[in-house]
Ligand binder design. Structure first.
Ligand code: FES
Length: 98
């Protein structure tokens, strides 16, 4: 089910927090692409929006591990991948499939 999350995309290099269908998510714009993932680090659970975006990855602010924005793949083999969600833009509005 696609759900409207934002009325416009975040600016390049930024991310915003959204709560949809009981899930805490982030929406990020990195290198011109939109991404959505769970806003909770798979390592110890802090918000990933406290971290930063770089080269297609989101880096956690607490211990510095990072996750691929497109696949959710963790930089550490012993840490779970980050859940990701399909995202699309239509008429400027941003939709997430949850
Ligand atoms: S809590 Fe995110 S890397 Fe440790």
């Amino acid at each position: 089910m696609w759900v409207k999350a934002l009325d416009s995309a975040p600016k390049e290099g930024t991310m915003v927090e959204v709560e949809l269908e009981g899930k805490d998510l982030f929406i990020a714009m990195n290198n011109g692409c939109l991404y959505c993932g769970e806003n909770r680090c798979p390592h110890e659970g802090i918000k990933l929006t406290l971290g930063c975006l770089k080269d297609g990855r989101i880096r956690c602010s607490l211990h510095g591990f990072s996750f691929d924005l497109a696949t959710g793949e963790s930089s550490q083999t012993d840490i779970e991948n980050m859940p990701i969600y399909p995202i699309k833009q239509e008429n400027n509005k941003i939709y997430i499939e949850v």
